[in-house]
Every structure is written in structure tokens, then in C-alpha cells.
Design a binder for this molecule. Sequence first.
Ligand code: IMP
Ligand code: MG
Length: 182
Amino acid sequence: MKNLMENDIEKILFDNAQINKKIKELARQIEKDYRDKDLVTVCVLNGASVFYSNLILEINIPLEMNFIRVSSYGHGTLSSGNIRTLYDLETNINGKDVLIIEDIVDSGHTLLTLKNLFLGRGANTVKCCSLLDKPSRREVEIEPDYSGFTIPDEFIVGYGLDFAGKYRNLKYIGVLKPEIYK
Ligand code: IMP
Ligand code: MG
């Protein structure tokens, strides 16, 4: 069946093969760096879920899976800088090496908030692996420690990323046609 979301996509930035290759590279780095650590991964719902599932299957060292859900965007395309926790971790991260898995670091508010939250709870280290990075949009000083692709200031969807809750189930990452969100 023809993909009914395709008409709304202006161009494909990264296809499924490119994403899979990148995930393998990121997994190799993470394995190397966390070999002797007590790795606790935290998936930031909902956007990171697709990336997270595929990434952890490539990481060949012991790890714990955890989920957190925060709100930042609502139905617009601009970050509020006002982050609320909608669903919290169910595990004690005191003394653990926490790796936050994100879909994208945009303004940086979400990542900074989560990092401070986890450090405040006594995590030994807190790092971030993000599939995408939009550095030109940063409003606070923070960088992902592991980053898949750096992209310009374009609104993208697919592979877990949404616009108004849709397009998460695209196999690739694409730029949404501006007329869809304007
Ligand atoms: P930040 O707090 O501004 O860094 O935003 C982080 C969150 O905003 C990400 O986890 C995404 O859910 C969302 N986001 C930022 N840019 C995009 C985009 O281009 N497409 C879809 N979601 C985005
Ligand atoms: Mg997100």
C-alpha cells in the first residue's frame, strides 16, 4: 500500500539504511565507554521511542531500560522552555551512570532540565545520546555527548518525531512541507 503520509514530506533527509548504520556506530561508542559502568538508559517518550528501541538492541553490554515523559511542545513547533514531567522514572538512579536517549536536541531546555533532575537525584554521571542535533536553535548551553546527525533549522518528522502527534511511524526522517504546520 502507498504510504499516505508521503505527500506531506518535502524531502527525505536520512533514509532507514542511513539511520541503521548510524545507530550501529553510536552503539559501538556507547559499549566502549560504558563497559565497566552501571549503565541505566532513559528513553524520553514519546519521540525517542523508535530510536531507543533500535539502539538498545545494538548495545551488547548489560543495561537497564527506563522511561520518562516530559512535555515541551504541545501542538506547536516552538519550545516553551517550560518542561513538565508527565511520567517519571520508576527506579532509583543514585550512584548510576545515566544515559538519556533523545530524538533531537533543539533549544536544549529538555535535556538541561533532565540532566539537572538526574544529577539532583544522585546519579554518578549523566550523559545524552541524541539521534539528531539542531545546534543553531540552542537557547541554553548544552550538547549531546553522542549525536547521530547534525541538521539545519528545519522542522522534521519521522522515526519517532512527530508533528501534532502524527508522522512518528515513518521509516525515514524527512522535512515536513511548511504548508502543513503554517
Ligand atoms: P528542546 O527542549 O527544545 O531541545 O526540544 C526537545 C524536543 O522537542 C524533542 O525531544 C522533540 O520532541 C521536539 N522537537 C524539536 N525539534 C523538532 C522537530 O524538528 N521535529 C519534531 N520534534 C521536534
Ligand atoms: Mg521529544
